[in-house]
Ligand binder design. Structure first.
Ligand code: NAD
Length: 418
């Protein structure tokens, strides 16, 4: 039987623990979330009937600072998945060394089948149900799959109504007008672009000769493709849930962006351009490219297709797109994998900037945000790259070694209460 997502997260922790010879007592502490909350969320639906949804908020660790992590609305949300995502947030914040712990939230629902009014009622009731444990210095939610700036605005308003004042620093990823940060929407894709350029530099690969394929053309994938294209790379394949397009001469990314800005649900379906052909998602992953960026879902590169991957480097825009079995095959083939906790950390880094700006009630310009993001990501990339070389391990193992060690030091220095 395949591992559950949380079992996979524990195996990654155990692997890092072995490499850094982690104290077994601290290891035992880090194998469990600090707190798990499951809530029932009744919602009056538009037709008058009441539906009761199940929601979770898991706080994996708060030893390095307030817990931080998104809220996901999806029919497949389970406590196991939320626990895994909360653990990954802990390591992600630690690897880029921002002063946060890790958390995640989720509600099991199908937002595609709900009206905006129903989603608003769901969000406000879920917020109240988790309010005893969230807080601007305790646990700060953010958007994740199927939640957006609008959802964060509802959360901010709900908490503000209860407190009787405007509380900006309770969530990040908010609309700019409600204390959101410039650059937050593009931050994850920008981060993917920054680490891609760093790895290409290490490989001595010229940008003009670099061919890129991107799976998933949403928030992360579309921004990464656009910025890499602007940097001089040739994006030869892109795809989304409806399928993909391939042009060996390089796709016209500007034209694609214009198309999806008006297409139904912003999907690629129906796109056309001279020299481009339609391909499947499976074909996209196996294209002859230098850089492959999975930016859609988990479990895309598996034992089944890993052997057919031709990319020289994989940059994990999505969370968990490569299974551990697949990564073993890729490593044997000499393919470099830049792991999710480093590659897609741009989003949480700019969320951190948003929180800092909200606390200070003083807002930065876009240059300041992008420069600080680049500085943090380039430094973190360099640390991970050097450790991987020194210890002769993969970039994932090196990222985990750095991250787990930072959390472990915090546990040791704080001591065990009482
Ligand atoms: P999104 O909803 O904006 O985009 C997802 C894209 O994936 C869409 O283009 C969708 O059509 C496509 N897709 C869905 N199912 C697919 C399938 N079966 N095959 C191919 N494509 C498919 O989501 P997003 O915010 O871009 O997030 C994508 C991934 O990045 C997720 O794993 C998410 O957890 C991760 N991530 C996002 C952020 C962020 O700030 N948005 C930060 C860190 C990690």
């Amino acid at each position: 039987m395949e591992d559950s997502l949380f079992q996979m997260a524990l195996k990654q922790l155990d692997d890092a623990a072995k490499h850094i010879k982690l104290d077994p007592h601290i290891h035992a502490i880090l194998r469990q979330p600090e707190r798990e909350l499951t809530v029932a969320v009744p919602v009056v639906m538009d037709d008058g009937h009441v539906e009761v949804f199940t929601g979770h908020r898991v706080q994996y660790s708060s030893v390095r600072g307030p817990c931080k992590g998104g809220i996901r609305y999806h029919p497949d949300v389970t406590l196991d998945e939320v626990k895994a995502l909360a653990a990954w947030m802990t390591w992600k914040c630690a690897v880029v060394n921002i002063p946060y712990g890790g958390a995640k939230g989720g509600v099991r629902c199908d937002p595609m089948k709900m009206s905006e009014e129903e989603l608003q009622r769901l969000t406000r009731r879920y917020t109240v149900m988790i309010m005893p444990i969230i807080g601007s210095r305790k646990d700060i939610p953010a958007p994740d799959v199927n939640t957006s700036a609008k959802t964060m605005g509802w959360i901010m308003d709900t908490v503000s109504m209860f407190e009787g004042r405007t509380v900006l620093d309770i969530v990040t990823g908010k609309p700019i007008e409600l204390g959101g940060s410039l650059g937050r929407r593009e931050a994850t894709g920008r981060g993917v672009m920054i680490v891609t350029l760093e790895v290409l530099k290490k490989m001595g690969q010229a940008l003009r000769e670099t061919r890129v394929a991107v799976q998933g053309y949403g928030n992360v994938g579309s921004v990464a493709a656009t910025l890499l294209n602007e940097a001089g790379c040739k994006v030869i394949g892109v795809s989304d849930v409806t399928g993909g397009y391939f042009n060996p001469m390089g796709l016209d990314i500007k034209r694609i962006n214009e198309y999806v800005s008006c297409s139904k649900n912003h999907l690629l379906e129906g796109y056309s351009e001279e020299g481009a052909e339609a391909i499947s998602n499976e074909e996209l992953l196996e294209l002859d490219v230098d850089v492959l960026i999975p930016a859609a879902l988990e479990n895309q590169i598996t034992e089944e297709n890993a052997d057919r991957i031709k990319a020289k480097v994989i940059i994990e825009g999505a969370n968990g797109p490569t299974t551990p079995q697949a990564e073993r095959i890729l490593t044997e083939k000499g393919i470099i994998v830049v792991p999710d906790i480093l590659a897609n950390s741009g989003g949480v880094v700019v969320s951190y900037f948003e929180w800092v700006q909200d606390i200070q009630v003083f807002f930065w310009d876009l240059d300041q945000i992008n420069q600080n993001l680049k500085r943090i990501l380039v430094n973190s990339f360099e640390e991970v790259w050097s450790l991987a070389k020194k210890e002769k391990v993969t970039m994932r193992t090196a990222s985990y070694m750095l991250a787990v060690n930072r959390v472990a030091i915090a546990v040791r220095e704080r001591g065990i209460f009482p």
